[in-house]
Design a protein around this ligand. Structure first.
Ligand SMILES: [Zn+2]
Length: 322
């Protein structure tokens, strides 16, 4: 379990095609991915990864292939006098950090979320950092404070970045209700809303695409809110499902320790072969032909080990796991 958590992984690449700000043009992939566990961000120049030993301090690394073809890895911060323990250091981040993506100048965007339960002084605050690895510059791109004092604690949950808009699910209050915060990264506009009718059920934001925002409600139902505000049931399973993720217009989820795929366009459901004992799943979509999942598999003594798996949409199966 711990190993899995350490490996951690989000990747949210969906960085922006439709941007009006030059920062968000010509960037990576326009996909609706999030909820992942391996904190990495692939750019044309190499891969950026966030590592944490204790889930308190996070360090940002850069991994690339040099001219001779060797894999090199180093901390983003190259200043010899730096202890990498201050807010100014481009490699150092605190609890609740995740990588979001990069822009056309290969600047990395990173999110730091502060919960009220974890951080009394800064609870409810969200920092979005922009890091220029080449110039070793770290700047605060946006700071947002969610004031829920009257409602008790604030706990940042799932997030998703799509077309320049950041979607965050936030838990609050004694009964852990949740609301949605959307932040337009191009103009800084922030909004709070509650798209779901909770009825005391657990809500889990699972994805966004051009048409709608998707979430799991309770144990077995997926709903979506369309652009015009209408809410509809997308899929209801006959059994408990978990770790639902939306990848390239398909819904993947775990049921009875196996991965299932639901094709939204056709309504087809199938079990993905060779996926027994899977306990957890995250995702990262580079393009629809290469879906990368992070999976956690249970072994004999009950321990869950994490790995990275590639799903081949043509074959309809996991083709590699490492
Ligand atoms: Zn440093």
């Amino acid at each position: 379990m711990k190993k899995w958590l350490y490996a951690a992984a989000i990747l949210i690449m969906g960085l922006m095609m439709a941007g009006c700000s030059p920062d968000w043009q010509e960037t990576g992939v326009d996909y609706n991915n999030f909820r992942s566990m391996l904190e990495k961000c692939e750019t044309k120049k190499g891969t950026y990864s966030l590592y944490s030993q204790d889930l308190e301090k996070y360090m940002l690394y850069y991994r690339y292939i040099d001219k001779e073809g060797y894999i090199r890895s180093h901390l983003i911060c190259q200043q010899e006098s730096c202890w990498h323990m201050t807010r100014e250091c481009p490699a150092f981040y605190k609890h609740g950090s995740s990588l979001m993506g990069y822009d056309w100048k290969n600047r990395i965007y990173l999110l730091e979320k502060r919960d009220t339960t974890h951080d009394a002084a800064e609870g409810g605050t969200l920092y979005i950092w922009r890091i220029d690895p080449e110039k070793q510059v770290k700047e605060l791109y946006l700071e947002y404070f969610l004031d829920m004092n009257s409602e008790g604690h604030v706990r940042w949950q799932e997030e998703c970045l799509y077309n320049g808009v950041l979607y965050l699910q936030v838990g609050y209050g004694k009964e852990n209700q949740s609301l949605l915060v959307t932040i337009d990264l191009q103009n800084g506009e922030c909004q709070k809303s509650v798209p779901w009718e909770e009825k005391g059920q657990k809500i889990d934001l699972i994805g966004v695409d051009d048409e709608a925002l998707y979430w799991q409600q309770g144990d077995n139902a997926i709903y979506r809110q369309l652009k015009d505000g209408r809410v509809e049931l997308v899929y209801e399973s006959d059994d408990r499902m978990s770790y639902g993720v939306l990848m390239a217009d398909q819904l993947f989820y775990i049921q009875k320790e196996q991965v299932f795929r639901y094709e939204m366009a056709t309504g087809e459901v199938e079990v993905i072969p060779d996926t027994p004992k899977i306990q957890m799943m995250g995702q990262y979509v580079e393009d629809p032909s290469k879906i990368v999942m992070t999976v956690g598999r249970k072994v004999e003594n009950g321990t869950v080990y994490s790995g990275v798996a590639y799903y081949d949409p043509q074959l309809g199966q996991l083709i590699e796991e490492e």
